[in-house]
Ligand binder design. Structure first.
Ligand SMILES: *Cc1c(COP(=O)(O)O)cnc(C)c1O
Length: 369
């Protein structure tokens, strides 16, 4: 039995020990702004809707089992990233972000931290440790990078950056805690856009941060309470429901991604295909060391943008959309967002369709390119 299996089993029964006869077995949605609060307010677990909410707490408890660490939820992945950046960036010390990671992370740092006098440095994920960490107060890595699927060595970066006094954070959205465990590899904080695979149904935005350091968790809770970046109880309920099937969905999506990569690597219509689980992939050796599984995303590079668009519209089992980690296989040409990739570069997020029809649909569509 793996520890992931143990964690998922425990997560599904997380409420068991606290239920009283007649309680609902799922967390109730509590949309209250105000709670009954006579007399001494410190006697009440809930006082006001911006401070704490029972539905967020149920989700945070379940996510905490998954992460093996206390969790603070936010209304989107970017709200989680903003909380981490603004509550940890230090005056006079640099912030390091990926040059080829999620675009909004570096845009947020550039547009709002840099004018406050905090130098923002960007490095490509594949060479994230080059140049060392002297003078950095905050290091935010993302591996595999979105969308290029380059990797960096989480344990080595956490060790070296912490030795220089930096707070070390990993954005684990592309993997989830079932496939990669940055806190176990030495990071101070891990964050995730649960919008993607954790919720998994493309119907809600939510983000969270986890840490095993109680002081860091308190700083994030203060940030949430004071900035007002709180998740909706309705959204927290939906993510809790999505989370309960994460392990099943991730297993299918991961095996689909691996099957697509294996079958279509070297296809004559493709200039390239990347998947960290393929032995010839430049990231494979590191992937084997630091990932529990190789994820649900792959990239395919077509001769040009038109060929890529022809594939996306021809494939019956591909949903053309941005975002990833949903139940439907989805794909998009990333240069339409000005990512630094070739025009024919397509990011594919494998869904949970049965494998054989998915492979057939890809094979057919590739013939039509
Ligand atoms: C989508 C994403 C985010 C942002 O999440 P939102 O919920 O859209 O705000 C952050 N990081 C990565 C790697 C993402 O893919």
């Amino acid at each position: 039995m793996t520890s992931d299996e143990q964690r998922m089993a425990q997560l599904l029964h997380a409420a068991r020990d606290t239920l009283k006869p007649g309680d609902p077995v799922v967390p109730p949605i509590v949309p209250a702004a105000a709670f009954h609060l006579p007399g001494d307010p410190s006697a009440a677990p809930f006082v006001y809707g911006r401070y704490a909410n029972p539905t967020w707490e149920a989700l945070e408890h379940a996510l905490g089992i998954l992460e093996d660490a206390p969790v603070v939820t936010f209304p989107s992945g970017m709200a989680a990233i903003a909380a981490v950046l603004f509550s940890n960036a230090q005056k006079g010390r640099k912030v390091l972000v990926p040059a080829d990671g999620y675009h909004a992370t570096r845009a947020l740092a550039r547009q709002y931290l840099a004018p406050m006098g905090i130098a923002v440095v960007e490095r490509p994920v594949a060479r994230f440790g080059d140049g060392g960490f002297e003078g950095f107060g905050l290091v935010l890595m993302e591996t595999p990078s979105n969308p290029g699927l380059d990797l960096c060595d989480i344990a080595a970066i956490a060790r070296d950056a912490k030795a220089k006094g930096a707070v070390v954070v990993a954005d684990n959205t592309t993997m989830t805690a079932l496939a990669q465990r940055p806190l176990d590899l030495g990071c101070d904080l891990v964050l995730s856009a649960a919008t993607k695979a954790v919720n998994g149904h493309s119907d809600v935005l939510l983000g969270y941060v986890a840490s095993r350091d109680a002081a860091r968790i308190n700083v994030l809770k203060d940030w949430r309470r004071l900035s007002g970046a709180i998740p909706s109880p309705f959204d927290a309920f939906l993510v809790h429901r999505g989370l309960e099937t994460l392990e099943l969905r991730l297993a299918r999506a991961t095996s689909n991604a691996a099957a697509l990569a294996k079958r279509f690597a070297g296809h004559p219509k493709l200039l390239g295909l990347r998947y960290p689980g393929l032995p010839p992939d430049p990231a494979h050796a590191l992937a084997q060391r630091q990932m529990q599984s190789y994820g649900f995303m792959l990239t395919m590079t077509f001769a040009d943008g038109n060929a890529a668009e022809r594939f996306i519209s021809a494939c019956r089992l591909v949903q053309a959309s941005t975002s990833f980690g949903g139940v439907r296989t989805s794909a998009e040409r990333r240069s339409r967002w000005k990512d630094a990739v070739p025009d024919g570069f397509v990011r594919v997020s494998a869904g949970i369709e049965p494998e054989a029809p998915l492979l057939d649909a890809f094979a057919e569509a590739l013939e039509q390119v």
